[in-house]
Design a protein around this ligand. Structure first.
Ligand code: SF4
Length: 225
């Protein structure tokens, strides 16, 4: 096995915008945004609650419990490594409950995820390879702002307007061997782009980027030339 390792986000980047690999190789970090800071805070609150470490009254309706949760970014306790075609694929689970063979994922954003997005997510499918006997995955998704999570009195018409924006949703979906097969194929496709040195993906014929949302933002190397 060689020393290179790939996370889900790096593999996704190779598939959707392989030119971004150049930024990564140059050690350029994605632009820090308010969303990243808020997301980290929200993750910590939910993980403390579902891990039974710091139950939060705002999350009284969230009953799922996990034996292990990520306690800090890149928590080594939550790390996994899998070997595909001699490459190391790494990742960190948000939550893990071995007794029920259930893994947990948290996605906080302006628009909460749908169940279909979670079912289709290659991140979930890759994590399924890392947890071979697991049969279940739970997604917790909602607003980036923890103050929006409080369940409201929905008989109040004003609160009914807030409903879609604020509530945390949980989706419980099965994890199957088909997910694992699809993930392997998807990973190999991304690694093939890397092996072929095809780092023009996501650029138009003039060499300009055509990626709508890009985490590198103003830090991007291509914007300095
Ligand atoms: S800002 Fe544009 S060129 Fe730079 S990495 Fe992002 S998409 Fe690519």
């Amino acid at each position: 096995m060689n020393d290179l390792h790939f996370s889900y986000s790096t593999l996704k980047m190779l598939k959707e915008a392989s030119h971004c690999w150049i930024n990564k190789q140059m050690g350029i970090k994605p632009e820090e945004t308010i969303y990243m800071t808020q997301g980290t805070e929200g993750h910590g609150i939910i993980q403390g609650h579902i891990g039974g470490i710091t139950p939060d009254p705002r999350l009284f309706f969230l009953k799922d419990r996990f034996m292990f949760v990520e306690k800090r970014k890149f928590d080594p306790e939550m790390k996994f490594e899998i070997d595909i075609n001699g490459y190391k694929i790494i990742g960190f689970l948000d939550a893990d409950n071995p007794p029920t063979k259930t893994m947990g994922e948290i996605k906080l954003s302006g628009t909460p995820w749908t169940q279909k997005q979670f079912i289709d997510s290659f991140q979930r499918k890759i994590y399924a390879i890392a947890k071979p006997g697991y049969t279940n995955a739970i997604l917790i998704t909602g607003s980036l702002n923890p103050d929006m999570w409080v369940k409201k009195d929905f008989t109040d018409p004003e609160n009914q307007k807030l409903w879609k924006k604020g509530e945390l949703f949980t989706y419980d979906v099965p994890v199957t061997d088909k997910d694992r097969e699809e993930a392997r194929k998807w990973i190999i496709e991304a690694l093939t782009i890397f092996e072929n040195g095809d780092f023009n993906g996501g650029l138009d014929e003039n060499g300009r980027c055509n990626v709508f949302r890009c985490p590198w933002g103003k830090n991007c190397h291509f914007k300095q030339i």
